[in-house]
Design a protein around this ligand. Structure first.
Ligand SMILES: [Zn+2]
Length: 598
């Protein structure tokens, strides 16, 4: 049952445009196009030439580019926000399509800038990057160049792009087609049901143990029927990745991902080792959960079984007050900014037909403010979702002093403010909760969430490393991949959780392995970073607050490593990552105490 406590909570997009047929939309697109043509006529052929541009000229060029991009972003954001809010309206669909096409046309006119910047020789580029005149864009210009050693010639790049459509992209589509068409037959209360993958996975959170057991059994049985094909797809994509790495001169399969994330291999490997050294926390928690269920040990299908007592529903207005109070306890600035989202209608929370599911926060321009979309159904989960998106929203507001190219952050730190926002609300709720059973449910939810993003994603990354290294010796078989999967999982579950034989197919439906290789450690990084920062906040108290605000204000002005330094964070220091685990350990201890009392 869904409630309509958020009815009427709709966003007001008039800071962007007034309606889908606002003549300013067309005018903005025309202006952007004219400016891009003018820019191209003045700069094309000059960027890559050694003495072609003075730092001042380049600075003006960058500012012009930002203005054009800002205009495009406003139009593109507006059309996609309209579409997200009501995808059934044909006029919104038309606008979305038209804008997409026009924006691409303008961006194609400007593409030469980046390509020429990459062509420029190393010394000349270094001089410009470090020129005081270009200081605000030093990081931006430098980070564009990180892919330079791995770019191929233009004709080669074109061939790869075109062949990818029938190569790796086609295998990715085949994977999606197979996994989204999966149907699982399961008997429930005497009736045979046909379930999709996500419906089946949801059953693993059900209170009834036998149902969970059968759901898991059904999952792996069905997957095993597609095992040969899924193995073939994965094996082909790994080989494709290794081939392209060789051509692009990447010495290691993870390196490209590290460059995208602006992180170095050493920091990642430190983080992963510290994570492994803390698997014992998971074993303790699983042991505690087994005792609560009076089991000798947990089966894999007990992992997400609910414990404790669920919180009473939160109508939207109450959820809003909880979030604002929790934010205020951290900093009045947080409350002040977050309140604006509600009072100025920057948030769309009601449930409507035609509205996009899930939740997101969009930040069209540093000169404006972000917008939030969510579908509020009065659950605790919805309160956490709003806290999460408002975290992004705070980040988008606080970093407004950055220019367009320095506004966004790379993936590794993009979720810092959002997950931190969730932590604030979580803590606030646990502290004010009198019923220990509700506290147990809250903490269990948080812990299982953290385990899934930290421990499990670490396991997934170790598994990817193992399959890539085995692939060098030859083709992968279902047997071999299953073995590697089980041994990557073993250290995490240890003797605390029994893995069924069918779990050998546990790797086979995970889209990240197919669509975005080595992505999973970014989740570990993001979650641990927040837990560690939160730990610092607990230890340092109020003196932590201004440093954290400064981090958010910096947006994407520098690399994550450089931005985190003023907080005393050294991502190469294992002790920093350990702080995150101390925070998790603290929660397990707290729960043990509650269970003993209860
Ligand atoms: Zn997010």
């Amino acid at each position: 049952m869904t409630s309509n406590s958020a009815e009427g909570i709709r966003w007001d997009l008039s800071d962007l445009f007034s309606s889908h047929d606002d003549p300013r939309i067309e005018a903005t697109l025309n202006e952007c196009r004219a400016r891009a043509e003018d820019f191209s006529s003045r700069f094309r052929g000059k960027i890559s030439q050694l003495e072609g541009l003075t730092p001042k000229e380049l600075l003006h060029g960058l500012k012009e580019l930002e203005e054009i991009e800002d205009g495009l972003s406003r139009v593109a954001s507006y059309s996609s926000l309209l579409y997200a809010a009501d995808s059934l309206k044909p006029e919104f669909q038309d606008l979305e399509q038209r804008v997409e096409q026009r924006v691409t046309e303008v961006r194609n006119l400007l593409l030469f800038f980046e390509l020429e910047w990459l062509e420029l020789n190393g010394d000349a580029a270094e001089r410009l990057i470090h020129d005081p005149v270009l200081e605000p864009y030093g990081h931006y210009l430098g980070s564009l160049r990180r892919f330079r050693p791995h770019k191929l010639s233009e004709p080669e790049e074109k061939v790869i792009n075109e062949k990818d459509n029938t190569g790796r992209n086609a295998f990715g589509r085949l994977f999606s087609e197979i996994t989204s068409a999966l149907i699982f037959s399961l008997e429930r209360q005497g009736k045979k049901e046909e379930l999709t993958l996500s419906e089946l996975l949801a059953l693993l959170h059900e209170p009834e143990r036998e149902l969970r057991r059968r759901a898991m059994e059904t999952l792996y049985q069905e997957l095993s029927h597609h095992g040969q094909t899924l193995t073939f797809i994965y094996d082909t994509l790994i080989q494709d990745h290794l081939t392209i790495d060789r051509l692009r001169r990447y010495p290691h399969p993870m390196l490209e991902r590290h460059l995208v994330n602006e992180i170095d291999a050493e920091a990642v490997s430190n983080m992963m080792r510290v994570t492994e050294a803390n698997y014992g926390i998971a074993h303790d928690y699983f042991g505690l959960k087994a005792r609560l269920f009076k089991l000798p040990r947990l089966a894999l299908y007990d992992q997400y079984a609910p414990i404790g007592k669920e919180l009473a529903p939160f109508p939207f207005a109450q959820g809003r007050e909880v979030i604002l109070d929790a934010f205020e306890a951290f900093s009045p600035v947080f409350r002040e900014i977050a309140s604006e989202f509600f009072t100025k209608c920057w948030i769309d929370a009601e449930i409507r037909k035609g509205k996009r599911g899930g939740a997101f926060c969009a930040s069209p321009s540093p000169q404006l403010h972000p917008y939030i979309l969510c579908n509020y159904t009065d659950n605790l989960r919805d309160v956490m979702t709003v806290a999460h998106e408002l975290g992004h929203g705070l980040h988008g507001c606080l970093s407004r002093k950055q220019s367009f190219f320095n506004y966004d952050t790379p993936l590794t730190t993009a979720e810092t403010a959002s997950v931190f926002g969730e932590m604030l609300v979580f803590d606030y709720l646990v502290e004010r909760q009198a019923n220990p059973q509700v506290q147990i449910a809250l903490i269990a939810g948080k812990l299982e969430d953290a385990f899934a993003t930290v421990f499990r994603q670490n396991v997934l990354t170790r598994f990817e490393e193992a399959v890539f290294s085995k692939r060098r010796a030859g083709r992968l078989t279902p047997q071999l991949i299953g073995d590697l999967w089980m041994s990557a999982n073993k250290p995490y579950y240890g003797d605390a959780v029994e893995m069924p034989e069918g779990y050998r197919w546990g790797w086979s439906y995970i889209g990240h392995f197919i669509h975005s290789r080595f992505y999973c450690y970014s989740y570990v990084f993001g979650q641990l970073l927040v837990l560690s920062l939160y730990r610092m906040y607990r230890e340092e108290g109020k003196s932590f607050v201004p440093k954290y605000l400064a981090l958010l204000e910096a947006g994407g002005f520098d690399s994550p490593e450089a931005l985190l330094k003023p907080l005393g964070v050294d991502i190469h220091d294992p002790r920093f990552w350990q702080k995150g685990f101390d925070e998790i350990k603290g929660l397990v201890k707290k729960m043990e105490g509650l269970v003993e009392k209860g």
